[in-house]
Design a binder for this molecule. Sequence first.
Ligand code: SF4
Length: 335
Amino acid sequence: MNQAELQSLCIEAGESEFRGVQLFEWMYRHGIVSFDSMLNVKKSFREHLKEHCIIQTLQVEKRIKSKKDESIKILFRTWDNHFIETVSMANGDRHTVCLSSQAGCALDCSFCATGRQGFERNLSTGEIIDQLIFVRENIDQPITNVVFMGMGEPFHNYNNVLNASDIFHSPKGFNLASTRITISTAGLLPQIKQFISEKRRYKLAISLNAADDRVRNDIMPINKKWPIAELVNAGKEYSNQKKRLVMFEYVLLKGINDSENHALQLAQLLQGIPCKLNLIPYNETDGIYQRPEEKVITRFSEILYENRNEYLVLVRWSKGQDIDAGCGQLAGQKI
Ligand code: SF4
């Protein structure tokens, strides 16, 4: 529930609107999950809340720490027995939490472990928020960034993802700046356009992964509906309207989209588009794809860098690969 919903709940129960603000702060700013601990709320109302409401929605099934870096993957179980994963990635002063927005995913990108699982259901706003509350309360480093890059296509769960983001952004909630919240989509064009028209200014990432429609059709079937040129244009519109750079993500798959020619095509595609380009060497799962060799990755990024114009190039060496917590590896496994 957001603040307005909590206020209505209080009014319906014969309490003042202000009680709703108190509940909001207890839950989202202080991470209190027990009504008994909400000491400035009178006892009779706490009893009423205990009878009618729940705070925690997810059960923790497993928590595993990488041996190679500071990443921690948490496996949660929902009330109706779906499994979702969240990844905490601490690195110096930065602590990024990668959240899931759905159990499974309908988009079937061929390189993604979640896609192979198929769609189960959307997560509620509460289930999205609960992932972040758990990380905040159990991992001893302040959260600096949230990315919707875990399981699911966030724009297929548009309202709940945006409602959760608003609570992350609220000063009475998690107090994260809008630049610290990134929503990543595989390319749902109508929702991207809707997102651009919003007053909200969260960051947008588009998972591109190819500069050629034939390649993208093969690895991301959604491309047959909304092809590359339309997505890149929408990205440009986002950058221009929001005065904030759209991020294009490009997962490098050996022998599929990692040649020098592919790099030149990509550089050509992004000419004149104000954006960031994030190159992500593929994290191998038990699928059919492989990660390119390091020298291929380096050459690919050099070509993009040499030909850049208006865009920035970053190579993201994913964290947490040894615990299957890297990009494209999340599958809600009962490890
Ligand atoms: S990459 Fe994202 S959109 Fe594609 S199947 Fe995986 S979770 Fe879904």
